[in-house]
Design a protein. Structure first.
Length: 158
């Protein structure tokens, strides 16, 4: 299985509207509909694709350092990572995380690091991020909407 990544515009909502999460995961990443209903300046939408068909969704936040003091100017934030509930457990999230550095270097060549926070109660996501190359900083972000979160980073430098 080959997972590729691609940018989405607001006009692409229908391409990813079918993506869902399990009810207990909604508190961690929200839904695709929520993302499209409340787009934010400086936040870009992207899809995880298999054979050109969307199987996942994520946001890249170019303004991440403004609210997350551990990130530096020019760094990016990874937010709202969703792998469709019907496709979870197939390695899609890990494959997408492994593809991120090369993909993001092409779109955001100035960025040196990608940051994320992941809820302490979301072990499947934590494992996927680690397998995908993210390093746990050992620090905790206490401001997560669903509780405390690990702070993780991924180098985008080749």
């Amino acid at each position: 299985m080959s997972v590729t990544l691609g940018p989405l515009s607001l006009a692409d909502r229908d391409r990813v509207a079918h993506l869902t999460v399990h009810p207990d995961q909604r508190r961690f990443a929200g839904t695709v509909a929520e993302a499209f209903d409340a787009p934010q300046e400086g936040v870009d939408f992207h899809a995880m694709l298999i054979e050109g068909q969307p199987v996942g969704f994520f946001k890249i936040d170019r303004t991440y350092p403004a609210l997350h003091g551990f990130a530096e100017a020019g760094d990016l934030g990874l937010r709202a990572v969703i792998v469709d509930a019907a496709r979870q457990g197939q390695g899609i999230g890990t494959a997408a995380m492994r593809a991120l550095p090369a993909y993001l270097r092409g779109l955001y060549p100035q960025a040196r690091r990608l940051w994320l926070t992941v809820n302490l109660q979301n072990p499947a996501a934590i494992a996927s991020y680690r397998k995908g190359g993210f390093q746990d900083t050992g620090a905790i972000w206490p401001h997560g909407g669903a509780g405390p979160q690990h702070i993780m980073r991924l180098s985008l430098e080749s």
